[in-house]
Write a protein that binds this ligand. Structure first.
Ligand code: FMN
Length: 168
């Protein structure tokens, strides 16, 4: 480990969340399809672009998530960037709902992962690498296909709440 000699942390999980909440993000639903054909998806704001050549993106998944095992075994995933109108979809995909895909329109994309209808953008990936991220796993994806809409605004997440861009 590179930080073996670092001093012990002096802040609580709440402090950490509060400070990280200062970083405004978009909101995505990351999806995949399991070996038995089951569709899984999870709201995630840990999404980030990583590399242009090759085109790489990442998201981080909690090792304790119910859907972790399916994502761990999958060789592809899709990132669906939500619009300002899709707060309900973010709520569905971060809830205890077992039947998430029954409540949203979707179709299977080129890599086999479900694509949510009406998303602001979708990014279809094959898994490029996985890294240890403490209680999360960092999943790096090689982008294979993308789609975007230009007639909608993004959903934002800031300080633990949903937000939207201010009208200009
Ligand atoms: C705005 C928002 C962003 C989230 N981002 C992440 C994330 O990046 N990684 C993660 O593992 N969970 C994240 N979560 C929590 C998961 O969406 C939630 O725990 C989900 O229910 C996990 O899937 P499961 O039901 O299969 O356990 C986020 C939740 C919200 C509301």
């Amino acid at each position: 480990m590179v930080d073996d000699q670092a001093p012990a942390t002096s802040f609580s999980n709440r402090d950490f969340r509060n400070v990280m909440g200062c970083f405004a993000t978009g909101v995505t639903v990351v999806t995949t399809c399991g070996a038995a054909g089951e569709l899984v998806g999870m709201t995630a704001n840990s999404f980030s672009a990583v590399s242009l050549q090759p085109p790489l993106v990442l998201f981080c998944i909690d090792r304790g998530a119910n859907c972790f095992a399916v994502f761990e075994a999958a060789d592809s995933f899709a990132v669906n960037i939500l619009t300002a109108e899709q707060t309900n979809i973010s709520a569905i995909f971060s809830s205890n709902d077992d039947d998430r895909f029954a409540k949203v329109g979707s179709h299977i994309g080129r890599t086999g992962a479900p694509i949510l209808e009406q998303a602001l953008a979708t990014i279809e990936c094959t898994v490029h690498a996985r890294y240890d991220g403490g209680d999360h796993e960092i999943v790096l994806g090689h982008v294979r296909q993308m789609h975007m809409r230009q007639d909608q605004q993004p959903l934002l997440y800031y300080a633990g709440s949903y937000s939207t861009l201010a009208a200009t």
